[in-house]
Design a protein around this ligand. Structure first.
Ligand code: ATP
Ligand code: MG
Length: 423
C-alpha cells in the first residue's frame, strides 16, 4: 500500500460532524451583518508581500515571524498567504476606487495563515470574519461595531464575554508618547527580553504588549498614552464611551491594549473570554485612519475588527450551545429495478418543489435502508417498491415526531402536496 500523506501541522480539517456548528455560525453571521447594512467583499488569499509589510507593519509579530511568504517560482513575484484581511480589503477598495468621497460598510470571511506555534485556539490556518467601515470619522461607527459584536454574542447564545477598550490617540500624540516611552524603556533596558530590546526603538509601544511575566510590572508603570491625548482625541473617546454607556454595555479601560497591528489609532477594543486559556481574545479591532493613505489611497478614515471563528466555535462547544442539525425532509427508500427509476424521478420532483431529499444509493434490503433513513434524521421516508412503481404510488412513512411510524399509500403526484402540508 502506498504511504499516506498527512495534513500540514496547524492546518485543520473541519469534519462533517463539526459542519452543523460552522454552518449555523455562518448563517447567524450573515443575518447579523445584513441587519447592520454591511456588504460582503471577497479578495484573494494570495497577495503581494509588500502589502503586509506596509499595511501591517515591518516590526510586528505577523511580518517579522508569522508570514507564509514565498517566491512564485514561475515569475519571481514575492507573495504571501494572507495573515489577515484588512490590508487586502483596503487594497481592493483603493484599486477599485471605492473610497474617495464615498462611505463603505464591508465584511469578509475566509482562511488566514500565520506561522505560529499550534495550540488550542491558535492554528496556522484559521478563519476570520472581518468587518470594516470606511469614510466615517466616528465615534458613532466605532460604537456601532462594538455594540454589534455584543448583539452577535446574544444571537449566537454566548455569554460571559468581556469588553476592553483603549485609545491610542492620533499620530502627533503617539509621537510624544513614544518619546517618553523610549526614555522610560531605556532606563529599564537591563530587564528587557530579546524582543523588547529589539523593539525599543522600532516599536516601543509593542514592548508593552509583552506576555513575558517578568516584564509586567515595568509595562504597567510605563507612561500611558492617555496622558498625552489632545482635546480631539479625548472627545472622540468620551463620545465612544457615552454611546456604549447608552447601549448599556459594560467595559473596562485597559491602557496597555495596543493591538498586534501597527496601523491602529484612537479607539481599540478587544472582546475576551476566560474560558479558552491563553487564547483569550475572540474579536479585536479599532480605528485605523492612516492605513488607506499608507497604502497609496487618498486619506480616508476607517474602523474595523476581526474575529477568530475557531475560537468562537470552541467557545460555543465549551458553553454547550447546540447548533440546529440540518436534516433532510425525505429519505427515499427503494428496491427493484423499476422502483429505482421511479425513485430517481420522484426525488427530482420533490427537490424541484423545494424539499431536501436524500435518494438512497448502493442497494441493500429495506431494513438496512430504513436504518440509514433513521440515521439521516429525515422527517419522512418515501418508500417505492416495484409494485408502487407500477401503480405510480409510494408509501409515505413519518419517521420523527409524535406520529412517527404512521404510514399511508399516496399517489406519487400527490407527494409534494402531502409533504408540504405536513411540514
Ligand atoms: P493573539 O494575541 O491571540 O495572537 P492577534 O492580536 O494576533 O491575536 P488579530 O490579528 O487581531 O489577532 O486577529 C483577530 C482575531 O483572530 C483574534 O482575536 C483571534 O480570535 C483570531 N486569531 C488570530 N490569530 C489566530 C490563530 N493563529 N489561530 C486562531 N485564531 C486566531
Ligand atoms: Mg497573534
Amino acid at each position: 500500500m502506498a504511504q499516506t500523506i498527512q495534513g500540514i501541522r496547524g492546518m485543520n480539517d473541519i469534519l462533517p460532524q463539526e459542519g452543523a456548528r460552522w454552518q449555523h455560525f455562518d448563517a447567524v453571521v450573515r443575518d447579523w451583518l445584513a441587519a447592520y447594512g454591511y456588504n460582503q467583499i471577497r479578495t484573494p488569499i494570495v497577495e503581494a508581500t509588500q502589502l503586509f509589510v506596509r499595511g501591517v507593519g515591518e516590526h510586528t509579530d505577523i511580518v517579522e515571524k508569522e508570514m507564509y511568504a514565498f517566491e512564485d517560482s514561475l515569475n519571481g513575484e514575492q507573495l504571501v498567504l494572507r495573515p489577515e484581511g484588512t490590508a487586502g480589503c483596503v487594497r481592493a477598495c483603493i484599486e477599485h476606487g471605492m473610497l474617495y468621497n464615498q462611505t463603505q460598510r464591508l465584511w469578509y470571511t475566509g482562511p488566514m495563515f500565520r506561522h505560529e506555534r499550534p495550540q488550542k485556539g491558535r492554528y496556522r490556518q484559521f478563519h476570520q470574519v472581518g468587518v470594516e467601515a470606511f469614510g466615517f470619522n466616528g465615534p458613532d461607527v466605532d460604537a456601532e461595531m462594538i455594540v454589534m459584536l455584543a448583539d452577535l454574542w446574544r444571537r449566537l447564545g454566548l455569554t460571559g464575554l468581556k469588553l476592553e477598550l483603549n485609545t491610542l490617540g492620533d499620530s502627533v500624540e503617539r509621537a510624544a508618547h513614544r518619546q517618553a516611552l523610549i526614555a522610560y524603556l531605556e532606563k529599564h533596558v537591563d530587564i528587557l527580553d530579546e524582543d523588547g530590546k529589539r523593539r525599543l526603538y522600532t516599536n516601543p509601544l509593542r514592548v508593552l504588549d509583552t506576555k513575558n511575566p517578568a516584564l509586567q510590572d515595568m509595562a504597567e508603570n510605563a507612561p500611558k498614552l492617555a496622558e498625552f491625548l489632545g482635546e480631539e482625541s479625548r472627545a472622540h473617546f468620551t463620545g465612544l464611551c457615552r454611546l456604549l454607556d447608552d447601549a448599556g454595555l459594560s467595559y473596562s479601560l485597559n491602557h496597555r491594549l495596543v493591538r498586534g497591528l501597527d496601523y491602529y489609532n484612537r479607539s481599540v477594543f478587544e472582546w475576551t473570554t476566560d474560558q479558552l486559556g491563553a487564547q483569550a481574545t475572540v474579536a479585536a479591532g479599532g480605528r485605523y485612519d492612516g492605513l488607506v493613505e499608507q497604502l497609496g489611497g487618498k486619506p480616508c478614515p476607517a474602523v474595523g475588527f476581526a474575529m477568530g471563528i475557531e475560537r468562537l466555535i470552541l467557545l460555543l462547544e465549551t458553553q454547550g450551545v447546540d447548533a440546529p442539525r440540518a436534516v433532510p425532509d425525505v429519505y427515499l427508500v427503494h428496491a427493484g429495478e423499476a422502483a429505482a427509476r421511479s425513485a430517481f424521478r420522484v426525488a427530482r420532483e420533490l427537490r424541484e418543489a423545494g424539499l431536501k431529499v436524500v435518494l438512497h444509493a448502493g442497494g441493500g434490503s429495506f431494513k438496512s435502508q430504513f436504518k440509514k433513513a433513521d440515521a439521516s434524521g429525515a422527517h419522512f421516508a418515501v418508500v417505492i417498491g416495484d409494485e408502487e412503481a407500477a401503480a405510480a404510488t409510494a408509501n409515505l412513512k413519518r419517521l420523527t415526531g409524535e406520529s412517527g411510524g404512521d404510514q399511508q399509500v399516496v399517489p406519487q403526484n400527490e407527494l409534494v402536496a402531502r409533504l408540504s402540508a405536513a411540514a
